[in-house]
Design a binder for this molecule. Structure first.
Ligand code: MD6
Ligand code: FE
Length: 200
């Protein structure tokens, strides 16, 4: 399918086939059995609506002590390795980038959302972030490198991949809402978003 470009956001609709998505979900279930999803709280103590885990050398943690990358799950176990199909995708879509060190796993229930934010806890902001959507469709809002100005939104569907590089790397973005029951990939509905990042 053709690539959709919105500013510097590069959207690859249907990058993963239905079979590839199902195989990936099975791998994610095995990862979550070892590194269970946790509900993060902001440093002010407000619970976030998504639940998070990770694979790779680092996972991203948010709790009362702040936002940071950690080499261990809060339970003390290392994060499981990043699934091979995601490393292959990364190499194909961002061949000049360093290897991803974190695959953040975000679980959105039908009511979850993600406010407009920048991802900037990584040391090398020249490296792209690549995101994979699985399950229910999500309204993805894309803004500018400052909070001000116009935004544009697209519905991300299961199997879509978004590359955030160039000026999109530091652009504000977020998920306004999930469209419940819009995918049959996950038996109980909801959405999984994976974001691959270089951390160091
Ligand atoms: C998305 N996710 O769910 C985009 N960023 O399509 C994000 O932008 C994101 O889910 C930081 C942490 C978790 C996320
Ligand atoms: Fe983000």
């Amino acid at each position: 399918m053709p690539v959709l470009r919105v500013r510097d956001f590069e959207i690859h609709p249907g990058y993963f086939s239905t079979d590839e998505q199902a195989a990936l979900v099975a791998e994610l279930r095995a990862i979550l059995a070892k590194a269970p999803l946790v509900q993060p709280v902001t440093p002010r103590g407000t619970p976030m609506s998504v639940r998070m885990s990770a694979a790779g050398e680092y996972g991203w943690i948010s709790d009362r002590k702040g936002y940071r990358y950690e080499a261990l799950h809060p339970s003390g176990v290392p994060w499981p390795p990043i699934p091979e199909c995601l490393l292959t995708m990364w190499a194909a879509l961002v061949p000049d980038a360093r290897k991803p060190e974190c695959c953040l796993i975000n679980w959105y229930d039908p009511a979850a959302r993600m406010g407009l934010h920048q991802d900037r806890d990584e040391a090398d902001l020249t490296q792209p972030v690549v995101s994979v959507s699985l399950g229910d469709e999500a309204l993805f809002r894309m803004g500018n490198t400052s909070r001000a100005g116009k935004t544009e939104s697209v519905w991300l569907r299961s199997g879509d991949v978004v590359v955030m590089g160039g000026s999109a790397r530091l652009a504000y973005h977020g998920i306004d809402r999930i469209r419940p029951n819009s995918s049959t990939l996950l038996p109980k509905g909801g959405r999984i978003n994976l974001t691959l990042r270089v951390v160091t």
